[in-house]
Design a protein around this ligand. Structure first.
Ligand SMILES: Cc1ncc(COP(=O)(O)O)c(C=O)c1O
Length: 457
């Protein structure tokens, strides 16, 4: 039984002062009655204020690629801070690390000739939109349903109105968006997303039809190559190539959102994994192992236009402390010819296979959808390790079963992310995996015994 006295007291005070918490897209408290207040984090382990220890798989929502408090990383940052403080950066005082990071990105990211730094993923998606529009002189950005790309007004929705055959949906929405012509998931029209068309993912026909009809207006296509924010839906064979082909044909810009996949699925991101090179991409999260650092990387002929006519300013953009974090992260990942990726992938394989085997033992319907460095436990869907492409493929998904599983895991000291998403870091060890699989087996057993419900002991 975990202790929770101190966390509960802090939760009460927190709730009074922080409406909705920090990133409130999904609320962690549906698993416990309190939030986890962390006192110490080391490698793949978290220690909360009540003295509980957890093996963690939430990756701090994705950035934590190396693991927490990796000595080589923290030493480098401490050294930089001691020498320079924090004020270097933002186009007045430059740092040699500006060059170091840009050169590494050029080497690792296939589409990268030039870079533009921002602070967060949401920022750099805005910059990508502006670049696509500024360079082409067109307005419309094509996106796909359930591809989360940040919280700004124009990406929390969009329309398909101009295409009568396409489904008019947007999946992440909010009160408080400026209203206009079209609609969001709350059934209202939103103004800011007016020039964003939302298409169903993996629908070749909808994409072709939209391009045929609106190609004079389409500035670009922005999307995750594998939908890390929605059950890891894969691109169908030839789909990324089709996007590439249509962008080339009609002079639109292809922009892959690599905020999650960048440096996680491999050093060259999803574009390297799938062998399809976009014109630009957005990077963040794992780039710096947890600092607010993001960037757009892209081809010279597009990026160089920023120089003269496209404004993407920011007081903190390119802050040197962030650049140091990014260089240090990439250098640790690159050691011994990127050996850490193979080690991590091997550990992830054992974990995924073990979960499938264990679920089968207790007749729990479970599918696992995966990309290197992350996977989803999709409860309610049969099939073990699987690739899915469309929403319809996972129509039987039962999020409530994830929650029950998560509750049983967490009380045994295993902390996974909401929605059944698991991030694997370079610090996860075989021992972590063994312990996790033991906890998972107990969780499945209890689910079976309690009719798929959570029963506290
Ligand atoms: C694919 C993708 N793009 C963009 C963003 C926005 O990044 P940030 O939360 O750093 O603003 C996210 C955040 O989760 C993301 O998953």
């Amino acid at each position: 039984m975990l202790k929770s006295e101190k966390s509960e007291a802090l939760t009460k005070r927190f709730m009074d002062m922080y409406p909705g918490g920090h990133s409130q897209l999904r609320v962690p408290m549906d698993v416990t009655n309190h939030r986890l207040f962390i006192e110490r984090a080391q490698g793949s382990h978290l220690y909360d204020v009540d003295g509980n220890e957890y093996i963690e798989y939430n990756g701090a929502l994705g950035p934590n690629i190396l693991g927490y408090c990796v000595p080589e990383w923290t030493e480098k940052l401490k050294e930089y801070l001691d020498k320079n403080g924090t004020a270097i950066g933002s186009n007045l005082l430059f740092s040699p690390y500006d060059i170091e990071i840009a050169e590494r990105l050029r080497k690792y990211i296939p589409c990268c000739d030039q870079v533009k730094f921002t602070m967060t993923g949401s920022d750099c998606v805005q910059a990508a939109f502006r670049i696509m529009r500024g360079v082409t002189g067109r307005q419309v950005i094509i996106r796909f349903e359930k591809h989360y790309s940040g919280w700004y007004d124009n990406v929390l929705g969009g329309r398909c109105q101009k295409d009568p055959n396409a489904r008019p949906t947007a999946d992440f929405s909010s009160e408080g968006l400026p209203e206009g012509y079209e609609y969001n998931t709350l059934g209202r029209s939103i103004y800011a997303g007016e020039e964003v068309f939302m298409l169903p993912w993996n629908d070749f026909e909808a994409l072709e039809r939209t391009f045929e009809k609106y190609h004079d207006e389409i500035a670009g296509v922005h999307f995750e190559a594998v939908v890390a924010n929605n059950e890891m839906l894969y691109p169908k064979e030839g789909y990324l190539e089709k996007i590439r082909e249509l962008c080339d044909k009609y002079g639109a810009i292809m922009s892959i959102d690599e905020v999650i996949t960048g440096f996680r699925v491999g050093i060259g991101g999803a574009q390297e994994m799938f062998g399809v090179t976009p014109d630009i991409c957005t990077l963040g999260k794992a780039l710096s192992n947890g600092f607010p650092v993001a960037c757009i990387a892209g081809k010279h002929e597009i990026m160089d236009k920023i120089r003269s006519k496209i404004l993407v300013p920011g007081t903190y953009s390119g802050w040197a402390f962030g650049q140091v974090a990014a260089v240090t992260t990439l250098d640790i990942l690159a050691k011994d010819n990127f050996a850490c990726y193979d080690k991590r992938n091997a550990v992830q394989e054992i974990l995924m296979d073990g979960l499938v085997e264990s679920a089968q033992r207790y007749d729990i319907p479970l599918a696992i959808t995966e990309a290197p460095g992350m996977f989803y436990t999709v409860f309610g869907v049969e099939g073990g390790r699987s690739k899915f492409y469309m929403e319809e493929d996972i129509a039987d998904f039962k999020p409530e079963m994830v929650k029950v599983f998560q509750q049983y895991l967490q009380e045994q000291g295993v902390f996974i992310m909401f929605g059944g998403k698991w991030y694997i870091s370079m610090s996860h060890s075989k021992e972590d995996i063994e312990k996790t699989l033991e906890a998972a087996d107990t969780a499945f057993k209890k689910m079976k015994a309690n009719n798929l419900k959570y029963v506290a002991e």
